[in-house]
Design a protein. Structure first.
Length: 278
């Protein structure tokens, strides 16, 4: 089975072109390819499939085999893959996901290879029941969540998948490996949650680390960066457009006031192509 490894700011996935290949058990394959000692090494598996509703369809599986609704870094790489491999000649493509259809603007370089992708991530979901958060509140903004006898003030946003955003003074030294899994599996979050911890440098520059549901700490999370920008606006901490710094690099995030959509711009990078014996 042919595969391609790509990454968005170090958030790396193994991509299978399901126009050419057939995957019988994607959850099991995701666990295998994600293993950095015995597999390819990745944060998960992404399938690129035909769609009856859009130009292409994406299914994304975390390293533990669980299927996620959406991944902002992975979908940028899907855009690069289909364009670079001549599966489309359009510079604006639509991709069907479990979080709805996303619109991608592709920016090729001189060699006709896509370098940057701008994704319309749609409208943020703030209603607790739709995120979901097990709370009687209509919105969960700057609310205390108790972990290890400490109260963390959390803002919850869904960008097609659920996020809990917490602000800290020094994100570099924050004990993410301890707090992250406890936040992910907190009883408040019936479908678990992606946990972002954010340091506000200024109103146009935010630093974050992320503990991803089903994957642990990753170098970047595109939907997480979008959730961080929305949460920062809701808490009066940032402008509606800002640079979000992740471990793997920077994303530009904008929450458009006119249509309420969140836009994310960042790179997509090819690593290598290989073959799996399955």
């Amino acid at each position: 089975m042919k595969f391609t490894k790509m990454h968005g700011l170090g958030n790396d996935y193994v991509y299978i072109n399901c126009f050419e290949e057939r995957v019988e058990n994607p959850a099991e394959l995701a666990r295998f390819v994600s293993d950095r000692h015995f597999g390819v090494g990745s944060d998960g598996l992404v399938l690129i499939l035909p769609s009856e509703k859009a130009d292409f369809r994406m299914r994304m599986f975390n390293s533990d085999g669980s299927e996620a609704e959406m991944c902002g870094n992975a979908i940028r790489c899907v855009g690069k893959y289909v364009y670079d491999n001549r599966m489309t000649d359009k510079e604006t493509v639509t991709v069907e996901t479990l979080a709805g259809i996303k619109i991608l603007e592709l920016f090729p370089g001189k060699d006709r290879k896509v370098e940057l992708v701008r994704v319309d991530m749609g409208e943020p979901v703030l209603k607790t029941g739709d995120i979901p958060v097990d709370s009687s509140l209509d919105r969960f903004i700057n609310e205390p969540v108790k972990i290890m006898d400490e109260a963390y003030h959390v803002t919850c946003v869904s960008m097609g998948n659920p996020h809990a955003v917490t602000y800290v003074r020094n994100v570099k030294d924050f004990p993410l490996e301890k707090v992250g899994p406890l936040m992910e599996n907190h009883p408040l979050f019936p479908k678990r949650i992606n946990a972002e911890f954010v340091e506000v440098v200024n109103r146009s520059y935010l630093k974050m680390r992320v503990w991803e549901r089903g994957a642990g700490e990753t170098m970047a999370c595109g939907t997480g960066a979008c959730a961080v920008l929305v949460a920062s606006c809701l808490n009066g901490l940032s402008e509606r457009k800002a640079t979000v710094e992740l471990l793997g690099g920077n994303l530009t995030i904008e929450w458009n006031e006119e249509n309420n959509h969140v836009y994310k711009t960042g790179p997509a990078t090819y690593v290598f192509t290989g073959f799996l014996d399955v």
